[in-house]
Design a binder for this molecule. Structure first.
Ligand code: ZN
Length: 482
């Protein structure tokens, strides 16, 4: 459904609300972005050097391995890193855990809680069709670095390490400890981050802030908003895999009974697909996103979003209908991803099954979300088996001092952008750090186009050279202005 169509649904329903009050609010919140220079800048020579370094990182094919598989490639990657960032690798204390990098830059006041920057070393495989360049060439072309991991997540690792390298070179002395962590098995949901957190916890380490991949600076992210958005992930949805199985007595396909296993599974899938049966709700950070974005929109969107306390129900309904992306912001989702039936075309299956990948929302946890589906499955005589289940992460408060500091610093570095907390529909391994940190923020300060975002885990992954240069300088600014 288009935005205007969505609005046609919601605006008439708004009639009868004290319109004058709402209009006054929409007028009062209006803002324009300041026409001021950014607090950060860089040279074309720096861009050239940065591109070469990231390219060298992309050339090492660190395809994710299971926990117990050999990881020589990662040791080679770490050697590459120590050559590219000699100061960081010779100065920072080494606390590596099973091939996962954990380093500490000791602060001048060790009584203070530390902060931790993170990003993973591993990348997903390259078996997608459509690559126009060798995925591990690290080609530097058209102002971008190309290849698997160029964005996810080696650009984050590069920007963080390069910022540390330059700060060390400039003689910067942090007050609090700055930790750097890089897992080698994030894409595999491996145990790297958990092992690191176990170690830090055993040492009594407390952190004020963890910054990981997740949100970025993206244009065209919000309907009707022209400015790019710096989206800081404050929470990530849960993750479940559920197997639905329908059984029968099997038999020959020449005399098929009604309601055979695949048919019953189809009925379940059609019902779920027609209308997701989950609770839709605007919970933090959704109201905060609307508050941050509304001032920069034009009417009638500004009228509607600025008054989300009045029109919450209507906005929620519009989000459910606009797109898969907006729907994922307000409710749990269920995607049927794998299916199995009989092994021959003329044999009815004794049992057929489908796998459903579920992303539980904040308001409806994994158990509640699965229970909704289980009830529908039972109607069609389909059994439910939970294979894996995890609730949404904690939400890092968007009104915390850490978030506010980051927000202020980003306004200085990115005056052309709207800064907002953000709900992550995917996952990162930073959630493991909730045990030792209240503020786990998922954000890399690099600009990505829609095409670059779509190339994540797909063919032709790339990142702009200017984006990584800006990212390096923003990380430096954030560390210097705490
Ligand atoms: Zn990643």
């Amino acid at each position: 459904m288009s935005i205007s169509k969505g609005l046609k649904l919601v605006i008439p329903a708004a009639l009868g609300i004290p319109a004058a009050l709402c209009t006054a609010k929409a007028v009062a919140v209006k803002k324009t972005l300041p026409d001021v220079p950014s607090a950060v800048s860089w040279t074309s020579e720096e861009e050239r050097q940065y591109a070469e370094k990231l390219s060298a990182m992309v050339k090492v094919p660190t395809i994710s391995k299971k926990e117990d598989e050999p990881y020589e490639t990662f040791l080679r990657f770490q050697e590459t890193l120590s050559g590219l960032f000699p100061r960081a690798f010779s100065t920072l204390e080494v606390h590596d855990v099973n091939g996962n990098l954990l380093r500490r830059w000791k602060g001048t006041d060790s009584a203070k809680n530390g902060i931790l920057l993170m990003g993973h070393q591993d990348v997903v495989p390259v078996d997608q069709v459509g690559w126009t360049k060798d995925p591990f060439s690290g080609a530097i072309e058209d102002g971008c670095v190309w290849g698997r991991g160029a964005m996810d997540c080696k650009s984050t690792v590069f920007c963080e390490l390069q910022a540390l390298e330059e700060l060390l070179e400039e003689g910067f002395a942090p007050k609090q400890d700055i930790w750097f962590f890089s897992s080698r098995n994030e894409e595999n949901s491996g145990g790297g981050a958990e092992a690191a957190v176990n170690y830090l916890q055993s040492q009594g380490v407390r952190l004020d802030l963890v910054m990981d991949e997740g949100g970025a600076i993206v244009g065209g992210m919000f309907p009707g908003l022209k400015a790019p958005v710096a989206a800081i992930g404050v929470v990530e949805k849960g993750f479940c895999n559920v197997k639905f199985t329908a059984k029968s007595d099997g038999g020959h396909s020449s005399t098929p009974p009604k309601n055979s296993p695949l048919v019953r599974l189809s009925k379940l899938m059609v019902e779920v697909d027609k209308k997701l049966p989950f609770q839709a709700k605007l919970v933090t950070p959704m109201p905060e996103i609307l508050d941050n974005v509304a001032p920069y929109l034009s009417f009638p969107l500004r009228f509607l979003l600025a008054n989300h306390k009045v029109f919450g129900g209507l906005i929620k309904t519009a989000f459910v209908h606009l797109s898969g992306q907006t729907r994922a912001f307000v409710q749990s989702t269920a995607a049927f991803t794998m299916a199995e039936g009989s092994t021959a075309p003329n044999v009815l299956p004794d049992a057929a099954s489908v796998i459903c990948n579920i992303r539980p929302s904040i308001q409806q946890n994994a158990q509640q979300t699965v229970a909704v589906l289980q009830k529908i499955a039972a109607k069609y005589d389909v059994e439910t088996e939970v294979l894996f289940s995890r609730d949404a992460s904690n939400t890092s408060a968007p009104d915390s001092a850490e978030f506010k500091t980051l927000e202020t610093n980003l306004h200085a570095c990115l005056p052309d952008c709207v800064v907002t907390p953000y709900l992550m529909t995917g996952g990162t391994d930073s959630r493991q750090f909730e045990r030792i940190c209240k503020n786990v923020l998922r954000f890399t300060p690099t600009r990505l186009t829609k095409a670059q975002l779509e190339a994540m885990h797909a063919a032709n992954e790339n990142v702009s050279v200017s984006a990584i240069a800006e990212g390096v300088k923003i990380y430096k600014y954030l560390l210097q202005h705490r």
